[in-house]
Design a protein around this ligand. Structure first.
Ligand SMILES: [Fe+2]
Length: 185
């Protein structure tokens, strides 16, 4: 287990390191993933496999769930949400593309949903760049490089209770699967 711990920081009025429930906010998680992505020894400790993604679980700050993930060229997550957790991720090496939706989707009670035009966003993250996201964020993350591995750091709070996986055909999103943490150990 890599030794990645966040020093305790005072929670002064006006800073946003703590979320509403006292856990780390999305911006505190972004700070953590950026600092962790800037630790070359830790990043180099992740075994890389040209055939598939690899990962190491990290100690996230304030009870959050954190992962170091290796992405061979051409791999991606598929569309998913984070079960109501907020989070952040940052690319340490290589380059990742994030495709996301600006629309806030109802989380329950539907199997297929037609997305409005104009809800798609795409961004590219490299060289320690990261992003934070809120509890309703739906996205997919891809390494579109033909030849270069990417490594990234991810953190979520609360620890992921589940992830909903979606398929997408044009503007139609379809709920395919609800994954529980037992399946990720
Ligand atoms: Fe995600």
């Amino acid at each position: 287990m890599p030794d990645v711990r966040t020093p305790a920081r005072p929670h002064a009025p006006g800073n946003d390191t703590a979320g509403k429930d006292g856990g780390p906010s999305a911006s505190a998680l972004l700070d953590f993933v950026r600092r962790t992505a800037a630790d070359p020894a830790l990043i180099a400790s992740l075994p890389l496999d040209p055939e598939g993604r690899t990962w190491i679980r990290l100690d996230g700050p304030g009870g959050s769930e954190a992962w170091l993930i290796g992405w061979p060229p051409g791999t991606g997550t598929g569309w998913h949400d984070h079960g109501g957790s907020h989070g952040a991720f940052a690319t340490a090496t290589g380059e990742l593309t994030e495709q996301s939706l600006t629309a806030q989707l109802p989380t329950e009670g539907w199997k297929t949903l037609e997305l409005a035009d104009g809800v798609d966003r795409e961004r590219t993250l490299r060289d320690g760049r990261g992003r934070a996201f809120g509890p309703h964020h739906v996205h997919q993350v891809l390494n579109t490089s033909p030849d270069t591995h990417a490594v990234s750091v991810h953190a979520y709070y609360p620890p992921l209770p589940l992830m909903r996986r979606y398929s997408r055909t044009g503007q139609v999103l379809r709920l395919e699967e609800v994954e529980r943490p037992e399946e990720w150990s």
